[in-house]
Design a binder for this molecule. Structure first.
Ligand SMILES: [Zn+2]
Ligand SMILES: [Zn+2]
Length: 174
């Protein structure tokens, strides 16, 4: 299968028992099949951190302004849940097979072990935008939206180094 964002051939990886197709040596995006997404709720926080360190190439052209085709279904275009230009993250989903395309953008460049103050601040601003603007609590009343938001939080909890993950998420009780 090829990357929906830059068309590079995706590489199969498994981290903490979760199988992922990664766009290694190119844009660094990650494809999670729906069956793999279902495993995330049982994984420890940061268990998938290694996936942030997939090798990326400089200057890869990522097609941001068009909808990406599903790498599995080919004919189906992915639905874009979130995209942010400042932090370069993008989260898309296939309405047909349920798979998720995740490009974590700026999160991949932050130090994971004893992060500097500036990395912590960037992570805080990143998650404030993702959780408070993209996954707004007032959007969580619809069951489908709630389900997507739950998956997005689980994905980021799986991928993000613990010191950089926010203490509160939109799914926590008030
Ligand atoms: Zn790619
Ligand atoms: Zn699909």
């Amino acid at each position: 299968m090829n990357c929906p964002a830059c068309n590079n051939a995706l590489k199969a990886l498994a981290v903490a028992g979760v199988k992922v197709l990664a766009c290694a040596d190119s844009c660094g995006g990650l494809w999670f099949k729906w069956n793999e997404i279902k495993k995330l709720k049982d994984r420890n926080p940061a268990a998938g951190e290694a996936l942030l360190h997939v090798e990326r190439a400089e200057g890869v052209h990522v097609f941001r302004d068009i909808q990406h085709p599903c790498p599995k279904c080919i004919q189906t275009l992915l639905y874009r849940h979130c995209f942010n230009r400042r932090f370069r993250y993008e989260i898309d989903q296939c309405a047909k097979c349920g798979g998720f395309w995740v490009d974590v953008g700026a999160l991949a460049g932050l130090e994971a072990q004893s992060p500097s103050e500036s990395s912590r601040q960037t992570a805080a601003a990143y998650f404030k935008t993702l959780f408070e603007e993209n996954i707004k609590p007032e959007n969580l009343t619809h069951p489908d939206t709630q389900e997507s938001a739950r998956v997005i939080v689980q994905l980021f909890r799986f991928l993000t180094p613990k010191p950089l993950f926010p203490k509160k998420t939109p799914l926590d009780p008030l």
